[in-house]
Design a protein around this ligand. Structure first.
Ligand SMILES: Nc1ncnc2c1ncn2[C@@H]1O[C@H](COP(=O)(O)OP(=O)(O)OP(=O)(O)O)[C@@H](O)[C@H]1O
Length: 577
């Protein structure tokens, strides 16, 4: 067997940063971790997070007055810290973090944004370890299995790493080898996470309306499936079959004779990552066309096949020298049963028609919204989003903005989106991001049209009220939003009738008077405290209780300091225009 170094220049764009992380010293990667140690590491993270959350609501923990900007900045800093800690806690947390990055219904948007940046920047493991795993799994020495095997991985991720190799029959392949000790690490970490989920579930505040145990079970299911490479191989085959008739989508073939739960041998398919815009440009590829192909590929997966790539980060999509898309990594795939697909279409139609009732009922049918006694506020929130969208034609709407708004509604209401739905939203917004990066003019709805037309000509859309029909109607409506005005007035009257319009009055003047009254009453209390403790300190000093006198004086001084700040705040408020 020949040990070979990478030669292809073309694949250089796909060359990983694996080497730069080889020397990193993550504790979980030393193989010497134990349950008590993981327990301490993980709970330290959770407790620190809870402490930060507690501080977040305490006005005194902010310098000066609490403002929305200060709160947002603090949430952002906390989110960065969470992302970095997940990275250092290792594969389980990287994966759980990535899963949570689709759950904007559970976490503030800043957390979700940071978590979605959670790329698996983890050190590679040694060739010796990779070799041992391949031989143990496939039951033969590496040189019997492969003619060449490159000891330097092409890419290293949290769950495994990818080596280039060649079969004895001459085919160029990549061998995906699972990280050593992953099963043990998952077993320990998940059992600790179970305790944490149980704690959250029983918490009087956080447990209400949230199914933490359900979320935990879902995470376990996905994580265990992800480390079964045979499952990934089957997914790759399924996905390839779905795109069989399209030469613009390529999926590596699986060499089943060289596959096991921890080792997967795939056809070598180099490409330029879809987010390496300059490299694509340099290779003479049409960026606009690629953006359109990406959108079509996803629409097909979601609405036609119901089997979609649930981890569409740009690293998992590349472009071949001929300009077709290559998909990698089928560890996490979403399935949408036909009935859900129909309801999803209803949601899209509801959004397109700005029909809050339809959006709401379809979300209830989807299981995304739990039915509560008074659905009025939910409908109003949805209608508010939809109404704001009416100012622009639907085609100009950013999918990311729509999903952010929907998530914001979800975050405030006692309901949660099912995983499939959040994955779909995530797929759409990631795709839109990639599309806009490739082509600043990219418009998701425009890109959707060829797919819609194709479905119609194939007779797949028998329902004129379906998404496709609606898309065509919307297309004809570009620039004619003004025509919708009478309908809006009528709708508004309807809503007035239903009592769905709520007027909120906020008087800055009243707010200020109330704030001043509160501050003055606080200042009075502190004045009394200062007086009482100064007097006590003097008396104690007279009777020669020196230490007690000092303590009383310190308390008096502290109270005095707080009083001073309060007085300054009151006088600043007075000066405000
Ligand atoms: N068949 C292939 N041909 C060429 N390169 C490949 C192939 N499969 C994977 N790669 C390269 O290896 C990288 C990692 O592969 P893959 O995403 O399957 O691994 P992973 O461990 O699941 O990573 P992650 O968890 O980050 O998604 C890909 O981004 C790609 O650059």
């Amino acid at each position: 067997m020949r040990i070979e170094l990478p030669t292809s220049n073309y694949s250089a764009a796909a060359q990983p940063s694996a080497k730069s992380y080889t020397n990193s010293d993550y504790r979980w990667n030393r193989g010497s971790y134990s349950r008590p140690q993981r327990f301490a590491d993980i709970w330290a993270f959770v407790l620190k997070l809870l402490a930060q959350r507690w501080l977040y609501n305490k006005a005194w923990s902010y310098s000066g007055e609490v403002t929305t900007e200060k709160k947002t900045a603090r949430r952002r800093r906390l989110a960065v810290w969470i992302r970095e800690t997940c990275l250092s806690l290792g594969p389980t947390f990287i994966k759980v973090g990535q899963l949570f990055s689709t759950r904007a219904d559970l976490f503030p948007i800043e957390f979700v944004e940071e978590l979605s940046k959670l790329q698996d920047r983890v050190p590679a493991f040694s060739y010796q370890q990779a070799k041992t795993i391949v031989e143990a799994e496939l039951g033969r020495p590496v040189q019997d299995l492969y003619r060449t095997f490159n000891p330097i991985p092409l890419a290293a991720a949290s769950l495994g790493q990818v080596h280039r190799a060649q079969l004895h029959s001459g085919e160029e392949v990549v061998v995906k080898v699972q990280r050593p000790g992953l099963k043990k690490l998952f077993t320990i970490d998940l059992s600790i996470l179970k305790g944490i989920a149980r704690y959250f579930q029983s918490h009087p505040e956080w447990g209400r309306g949230r199914d933490w145990m359900g979320i935990y079970e879902e995470c376990c299911r996905i994580l265990w499936l992800e480390i079964d490479f045979l499952h990934e191989g089957r997914n790759a085959d399924h996905f390839r079959r779905n795109f069989r008739q399209f030469d613009w989508v390529n999926v590596p073939r699986v060499y089943w004779r060289y596959a096991s739960p921890r080792v997967l041998t795939l056809e070598y398919m180099p490409g330029i990552k879809i987010s390496h815009y300059e490299a694509l440009e340099a290779a003479g590829l049409d960026r606009k066309r690629l953006a359109d192909l990406g959108a079509q590929a996803y629409l097909r997966q979601l609405l036609h096949d119901g089997f979609f790539h649930a981890d569409p980060h740009p690293g998992n999509i590349a472009v071949s020298p001929e300009g077709s898309l290559i998909f990698y990594d089928f560890g996490m795939m979403g399935q949408i049963p036909p009935v859900t697909r129909e309801r999803l279409m209803d949601t899209f139609v509801g959004i397109a028609q700005r029909d809050a009732e339809l959006v709401m009922t379809s979300l209830v049918d989807l299981g995304a919204l739990a039915e509560i006694e008074d659905m009025g506020p939910v409908r109003r929130s949805i209608q508010y989003i939809l109404d704001n969208m009416m100012d622009k034609p639907f085609e100009e709407q950013s999918v990311a903005a729509i999903s952010d708004d929907l998530y914001a509604v979800a975050y405030d209401q006692p309901f949660r989106f099912p995983a499939a739905f959040t994955f779909v939203m995530r797929a759409f917004s990631t795709l839109e991001g990639v599309g806009k990066g490739l082509d600043p003019e990219f418009n998701f709805m425009e890109a959707a049209k060829p797919f819609a037309e194709e479905l119609m000509t194939n007779g797949n859309s028998s329902d004129p009220n379906g998404l496709i029909g609606e898309l065509s109607r919307q297309a004809a409506r570009v620039g004619t939003t003004a025509l919708g005005l009478p309908r809006r007035i009528e709708d508004t009257l309807d809503r007035l009738d239903r009592g769905d319009i709520r007027v909120r009055v906020r008087s800055i003047e009243t707010d200020r008077v109330l704030r001043r009254a509160a501050n003055v009453s606080l200042a009075t209390n502190y004045t009394m405290l200062v007086g009482a403790f100064t007097l006590s300190a003097t008396l104690l000093l007279v009777y020669e209780f020196l230490w007690l006198a000092i303590s009383a004086a310190v308390i008096a001084a502290l109270s005095g300091f707080i009083l001073l700040r309060l007085l300054l705040r009151i006088s600043r408020d007075e000066r405000l225009p």
